[in-house]
Design a protein around this ligand. Structure first.
Ligand code: ADP
Length: 269
């Protein structure tokens, strides 16, 4: 059997357990936002969601963003992840000024650096779980055999190795979201951006999916930003930020989210 030296080995794919080099300390801001403004032009005039918004996120943080519906949380997440452009201001994300990227550059940046998870899984219904997870690898030209092998590793990471042949319609809501997580991380990004990732799940399933997000966050040295309405889950992040009236304020739980006396409750911040 021919021997393959490490130098000859394919360089395009990493296994699920391998990670990019990460900053050792939490001192390097991986996200720096300065004077961010987002104004939509609507039929009823200009709608400014925020102006002069600034934010630093350190490597390795898990930040929860909370706030009322319509406050602009999803818009902010989209801008951080180069899915939407700000009206003004700078966004440096993983050393890239994302506001200056062309559409093509933004797509390459997202594929390389960012894993997205949404409230709805957006898995392709006609493909199996394994094929769905392999999709981002195939999109960047990894050969099919390698892509499927890496995807299988990721299904193992989310405890779904026995569901690879199932189509999304044959999976539970929690399983679908775990497949979506594997797909989000299969390219080994540095950032995980999640928009209400447990919003469509019952309480127990939401908690288990959040457990998995925490586990992957730690084991893969991710920096994660999670938009959520669920204060119990937000309280498990390393920092809570509340977006309100165009400003990001540090959130502090006004009362313990859980005490044996009160049981689980939605903490107010
Ligand atoms: P959140 O995630 O906090 O619920 P969003 O970021 O989704 O808030 O939306 C914030 C506000 O911006 C909402 O009032 C929404 O209607 C408005 N909005 C979002 N996208 C657009 C758009 N493309 N054009 C005009 N208004 C928009």
């Amino acid at each position: 059997m021919p021997q393959t030296s490490p130098a000859d080995a394919p360089q395009t794919t990493r296994t699920a357990r391998e990670t990019k080099p990460r900053a050792k300390s939490g001192k390097t801001p991986i996200i720096q936002v300065r004077n961010l403004e987002k104004t939509y032009t609507t039929a009823r005039g200009a709608l400014t969601l925020f102006s002069k918004l600034s934010l630093d996120v350190q490597t390795g943080e898990m930040v929860a963003i909370v706030g009322q519906s319509g406050a602009g949380k999803s818009t902010l997440l989209h801008i951080l992840g180069a899915l939407d452009a700000p009206t003004a201001g700078t966004v440096t994300c993983a050393s890239v000024n994302v506001a200056l990227l062309s559409q093509q550059e933004a797509a390459a940046f997202r594929n390389r650096e960012i894993g997205y998870v949404w409230q709805f899984h957006y898995l392709l219904p006609e493909f199996t779980a394994l094929e769905n997870v392999a999709m981002p690898l195939l999109a960047r030209g990894v050969n099919k055999r390698e892509a499927l092998a890496t995807a299988a590793n990721w299904l193992r990471e989310v405890d779904l190795e026995d569901r690879g042949g199932h189509r999304p319609g044959e999976l539970s809501g929690g399983e679908q979201q775990r497949v979506a997580l594997a797909r989000a991380l299969v390219n080994n990004p540095r950032l995980l951006l999640a928009d209400e990732p447990t919003g469509d799940l019952d309480e127990a399933t939401a908690s288990r999916v959040f457990d998995l997000i925490e586990r992957l966050h730690t084991s893969h040295g991710l920096t994660s930003i999670i938009v959520t309405h669920n204060m119990d889950l937000a309280a498990r992040s390393t920092r809570i930020l509340r977006l309100e009236a165009g400003r990001l304020a540090s959130g502090r739980l006004a009362a313990p989210v859980y005490t044996p006396q009160t049981g689980p409750r939605a903490g107010k911040i």
